[in-house]
Design a protein around this ligand. Structure first.
Ligand SMILES: Nc1ncnc2c1ncn2[C@@H]1O[C@H](COP(=O)(O)OP(=O)(O)OP(=O)(O)O)[C@@H](O)[C@H]1O
Ligand SMILES: [Mg+2]
Length: 413
């Protein structure tokens, strides 16, 4: 329901004041009681927000209509009852009701206005009889109260709906605008990161050549110093080992930074995943890890580059094996799913290892995030990049007691 505002005078107030003023200048002009009641009606119309402002909207609306109804009845009573020329004053409570209430409220209050107006017939019947013309005249006046009430109410409801729709539209626009700004900020960040990536890739490439020279020299030095002082030869060994480590890091980084050009084709996923698992098992032949495999029948083909997707699963399986140094179970589940209207396969890779602490979860897909001594933190960022390039999705789900669980969706179309 609409709420009556406080002090400012609205256009409707001005209209009502004009209406009350016109009633005031109609004869009898010097009837002070009439003028007093009309002044009361006008003042209440302007100051009702201040007078009833502290009440709850429900009570405020009810009292506002009740007071207007009472003042209107007083005016009609004082100015000739059923013969009063001021009966249109009842439009004031009727129209106010139509503005403040719904259809049922409007009908009920209009009925009350008609009842209080028609009640003046009773004292008149003591001296007069009600002619057919008089009765139809009365019925007409009441009918007009209803017509005006319903029409005003319809317009008010319509305009309230429109205002609500406009507000919703404005809120949606605001949200879209916010998303657009966010997307622009993300795009700027990606551009900066891409530039940084290119720069570091160039730098890594340049570092590789001198590294090769240092490694070769360190190895020769190592051979020459073999028979010399053991400390000197140990130091030369350090140089050689560390240079080798640096070399591996640079090679992996260059591999990571190289742009991907997936050559996709429709193919079954299982052989690719099996190949990845086999290569990890060969590398980790000492691990006491049991593999459980679950596969739904009728898996659709997926649209992937087999080499890249093999890298995805090699990384996920390596991480799982590394998380279970004491042994455990690696579970691989494959099932057909439809995601965002696209059919494909969802692969769940879960382990019974240490799991991923909540504070690390948002970082694990970032490059160079690692919690391992010998890790580089490039595995999962590579995985997410490849999956993104296939228009797929990867999600981490961890329950502290069950280790890590990665869900990968790969589309088939
Ligand atoms: N299955 C898992 N269980 C527990 N922790 C995991 C698991 N998979 C990933 N992590 C966490 O996420 C981090 C990042 O993994 P990511 O594969 O990117 O790098 P990494 O394994 O440390 O190094 P690398 O570059 O050699 O793969 C890991 O260091 C580890 O803390
Ligand atoms: Mg890894």
């Amino acid at each position: 329901m609409a709420e009556r505002r406080g002090t400012p005078i609205t256009r409707i107030d001005v209209m009502w004041l004009l209406f009350v003023f016109l009633l005031a200048i109609l004869p009898p002009l010097y009837e002070w009681h009439k003028q007093l009641i009309l002044a009361g009606i006008g003042l209440f119309q302007i100051f009702e927000g201040n007078i009833l402002g502290r009440l709850s909207p429900r009570r405020r609306n009810f009292l506002s209509i009740l007071v207007k109804m009472a003042l209107s009845t007083l005016l009609v009573w004082h100015s000739g009852m059923i013969f009063s020329d001021y009966y249109p004053i009842y439009y004031l409570p009727v129209v106010s009701t139509a503005i403040l209430y719904g259809v049922v409220g409007t009908l009920l209050w209009t009925l009350a206005a008609c009842a209080s107006y028609c009640a003046f017939v009773i004292p008149a019947l003591r001296h007069y009889t009600l002619s057919t013309g008089g009765a139809s005249d009365l019925a007409m006046r009441c009918l007009f109260f209803f017509i005006v009430g319903i029409i005003v109410n319809r317009f008010v409801i319509e305009s309230r709906d429109q205002a609500r729709r406009r507000e919703q539209l404005a809120a949606r626009l605001l949200e879209t605008n916010r998303q657009l700004e966010q997307a622009q900020a993300d795009a700027r960040r990606s551009e900066r990161l891409a530039a940084l990536g290119q720069l570091s890739a160039g730098l890594a490439h340049e570092i590789r050549n001198p590294l090769g020279v240092i490694r070769g020299s360190a190895e020769m030095l190592n051979q020459k110093l073999h028979s010399a002082d053991p400390i000197t030869s140990e130091l030369a060994g350090y140089i050689s080992n560390e240079v080798e480590r640096l070399n591996r890091l640079v090679a992996r980084f260059l591999d990571f930074a190289r742009p991907l050009q997936p050559k996709v084709q429709h193919q079954p996923l299982r052989p690719i995943v099996e190949l990845a698992l086999k290569s990890v098992q060969e590398q980790q032949s000492d691990a006491k890890v049991q593999v459980e495999w679950q596969e739904s029948p009728n898996l659709p083909l997926v649209l992937v580059d087999s080499e890249l997707i093999e890298r995805v699963f090699t990384n996920l399986f390596s991480n799982a094996y590394e998380a279970m140094p004491e042994g455990g179970t690696l579970r691989v589940k494959m099932k057909p799913v439809v995601s965002d209207g696209r059919g494909g396969v969802e692969i769940e890779v879960s382990d019974t290892g240490s799991g991923i602490p909540a504070e690390d979860q948002e970082h694990i897909f970032n490059p160079f995030f690692t919690t391992k001594k010998s890790g580089m933190g490039l595995g999962l960022s590579m995985v997410s990049r490849i999956v993104d390039d296939h228009r797929g999705r990867i999600r981490l789900e961890t329950k502290p007691e069950t280790g890590a669980c990665f869900r990968v969706f790969l589309p088939g179309e």
